[in-house]
Design a binder for this molecule. Structure first.
Ligand SMILES: Nc1ncnc2c1ncn2[C@@H]1O[C@H](COP(=O)(O)OP(=O)(O)OP(=O)(O)O)[C@@H](O)[C@H]1O
Length: 304
C-alpha cells in the first residue's frame, strides 16, 4: 500500500509585480499533489512555469500566499523551532549549481562533519559513516575528503550532495534541475544513482526539470506545470503515451527528434494553442485561470 509522506494542498504563491503597483503575479496557482514514500515525481514545465517556486515553498524558503504543505500530516508552517530542524533533517534539496551549495573555504571533510555537528552531535562513528556514503555514490573517500570544492568537478559535487542526503537519511529530496550542468554520460550515472537510492532507502524525490526525456527516464509520476498550474498529472507512462491537456500534447510534440529537422513554418509557442486550451476546459467543464492568464498576461489585481 502507498504511504503518503507529503501532501501539497491548494498551494498558491503571489508576488508583487512591483513596489507601487496594486497588481500581483500568481507564480503558483492552486497546486495540489501527494508524494508517497519512495515515489519519484517529476515536476515538468517550461521556464517560469512555477516549478522552483513550488520547490522553495516545500523547503520553507518561501511562505505560501495560501494553501498547505503537510509533511507526515503536519503543516510545515506550524512547526516549532526544534521541529523545523527535524524537518530539514528529513527534507533536503539539491540545486542546479552544485558549486553554490558548498562553502568554498571548507574542505569536503569539514563539510560532512558539520552535518554531524548540526544534526547528529552524539554520533561517534563519523569517519566510517562519511566514507561509507561517499563510496556509495561511487567515489573514493581518500581522494575526495581532503579536497576543496573548487578542486572537484560539477559531477563530483552533485554526487557529494547525494551522499549528504544519504548520510542524513532524508525522506524527501527536492532535486531542482539537478543534472542540467552535467554532460550526457555523467547525467545518466547521477540519475541511475538517484533511482537506485530511492528504491533501496525509500527516499522520495521531487525531480524538477524542463527536460521531458529526463522526467520520463526517472519518474513514477509526472506533473505538468503551465503558468503556475498543474495542467496534467498521472502515471508517467500514461501521461507521455496518452496526454490529455493541449499544453502537454504541444510539449511532447516539441521535443526535437533525431530524424526531424527544424521547419521554419512550424510553431510551438504555447499561445498558439489558446483555442484548444479554451475548448479543453469547456469540454471538461472545469474552471481554470490559464485561459485568462494567457489572454490577460497572468496578473491578478489585489487590494493592498
Ligand atoms: N522572489 C520573486 N519575486 C517576484 N517574482 C518571482 C520571484 N521568484 C520567482 N518569480 C517569478 O515567478 C515565476 C515562476 O518562477 P520559477 O522560478 O518558479 O519558475 P521555473 O518554472 O522554476 O522556471 P526555471 O525553469 O526557469 O527555473 C517567474 O515568472 C519568476 O520570474
Amino acid at each position: 500500500m502507498n504511504e503518503i509522506i507529503m501532501k501539497i494542498e491548494n498551494l498558491t504563491k503571489e508576488f508583487d509585480l512591483d513596489f507601487f503597483s496594486k497588481k500581483r503575479f500568481k507564480a503558483v496557482n492552486n497546486v495540489s499533489f501527494e508524494i508517497n514514500k519512495g515515489e519519484i515525481i517529476s515536476l515538468i514545465g517550461e521556464s517560469g512555469s512555477g516549478k522552483t517556486t513550488v520547490g522553495k515553498m516545500i523547503l520553507r524558503l518561501l511562505k505560501p500566499t495560501s494553501g498547505k504543505i503537510l509533511f507526515e500530516n503536519k503543516d510545515i508552517w506550524d512547526l516549532k523551532k526544534n521541529e523545523v530542524k527535524e524537518y530539514y533533517r528529513n527534507v533536503q534539496a539539491i540545486f542546479q549549481d552544485p558549486f553554490s551549495s558548498f562553502n568554498t573555504l571548507f574542505k569536503i571533510n569539514r563539510v560532512f562533519n558539520m552535518i554531524f555537528d548540526n544534526f547528529f552531535p552524539e554520533e561517534k562513528n563519523r569517519k566510517e559513516k562519511i566514507e561509507k556514503v561517499i563510496s556509495q555514490v561511487g567515489m573514493n573517500p581518500t581522494n575526495i575528503l581532503g579536497k576543496y570544492p573548487h578542486q572537484l568537478s560539477g559531477g563530483q559535487l552533485q554526487r557529494l550532495l547525494i551522499a549528504r542526503a544519504l548520510l542524513m537519511n532524508v525522506k524527501v529530496l527536492v532535486a531542482d534541475e539537478l543534472i542540467s550542468m552535467l554532460d550526457a554520460s555523467t547525467r545518466i550515472d547521477v540519475l541511475n544513482l538517484l533511482a537506485e537510492i530511492s528504491e533501496k532507502t525509500g527516499m522520495s524525490i521531487i525531480f524538477i526539470t524542463h527536460d521531458l526525456s529526463l522526467g520520463y527516464y526517472l519518474s513514477d509520476t509526472t506533473l505538468i506545470m503551465y503558468k503556475g498550474e498543474i495542467v496534467e498529472k498521472g502515471d508517467t507512462v500514461e501521461v507521455y503515451n496518452n496526454p490529455q491537456h493541449p499544453y502537454t500534447k504541444m510539449l511532447l510534440n516539441s521535443v526535437p527528434e533525431i530524424d526531424r529537422k527544424w521547419d521554419k513554418n512550424e510553431k510551438f509557442i504555447p499561445e498558439t494553442i489558446i483555442k484548444e486550451i479554451e475548448l479543453y476546459y469547456q469540454a471538461n467543464k472545469e474552471k481554470s485561470t490559464i485561459y485568462e492568464a494567457i489572454s490577460k498576461n497572468h496578473y491578478v489585481k489585489v487590494k493592498k
